[in-house]
Write a protein that binds this ligand. Structure first.
Ligand code: SF4
Length: 207
């Protein structure tokens, strides 16, 4: 797994706060990562690029192309906010996991971009994925402040014919310390959300 520095979102429940606040120069440059990938080619089945948010880095498409050229399958984790970068990466990706945070009208809880702009970016990313022919999944973290029955209803159009993973919110390590006192939904509530999602999605698992 390769972890990238920084993120353009500030999800209160983020469980990688050290990554998103780290200085870029605290991270290893890709040239040396590439050397280590070459030396471990026989040991690794593939490479996962996660963050933070990898697509905030303009160099990402070139990095993914180089990893692909080394013969590794590549999976990208993204929040779907940078469709222009995603589009350049797509030819060299084998799998994409997209985090959809909540309904589009509630994205002001996770990022500072104008709602109209972030909505357009996320919809464009999903359109790119749907037309790419690449395998992808949508992940939703059931953070009780932004994912509720109303949000699930509003998210359904984005989830049509997709594979969805509804994952439990964990208060153990969070970016916003106030989230550590937020009580996760009981499993039965997640199953209720999943049942609704399954009415439009190709599949929905709870984890
Ligand atoms: S959860 Fe993901 S998108 Fe949200 S702040 Fe953390 S790294 Fe960024």
């Amino acid at each position: 797994m390769l972890f990238t520095a920084g993120c353009n979102f500030r999800c209160g429940y983020c469980h990688n706060p050290s990554l998103i606040s780290s200085a870029q120069d605290a991270f290893e440059p890709f040239a040396s990562v590439r050397e280590r990938l070459v030396s471990r080619r026989a040991l690794a089945d593939g490479v996962v690029i996660t963050g933070g948010e990898p697509t905030i880095h303009d160099v990402l498409p070139s990095v993914i192309e180089q990893i692909h050229a080394l013969g590794f399958p590549v999976k990208l984790d993204t929040n779907a906010s940078m469709p222009s970068v995603l589009e350049q990466c797509l030819p060299f990706l084998d799998y994409i996991a997209v985090d959809i945070k909540t309904s589009l009208r509630r994205y002001d809880h996770v990022c500072r971009l104008p709602l109209q702009e972030i909505s357009a970016r996320i919809e464009r990313s999903l359109e790119l994925l749907r037309t790419s022919g690449k395998s992808f999944e949508i992940r939703i973290t059931a953070s009780p402040d932004i994912v509720d029955a109303e949000a699930i209803e509003e998210m359904l159009p984005m989830l049509v014919n997709t594979h969805v993973h509804l994952q439990q919110f964990s208060p153990a390590v969070t970016l916003d310390e106030s989230y550590r006192s937020l009580i996760p939904y009981p499993p039965s509530r997640l199953e209720t959300f999943a049942a609704r999602i399954r009415t439009v999605a190709a599949a929905c698992t709870v984890r």
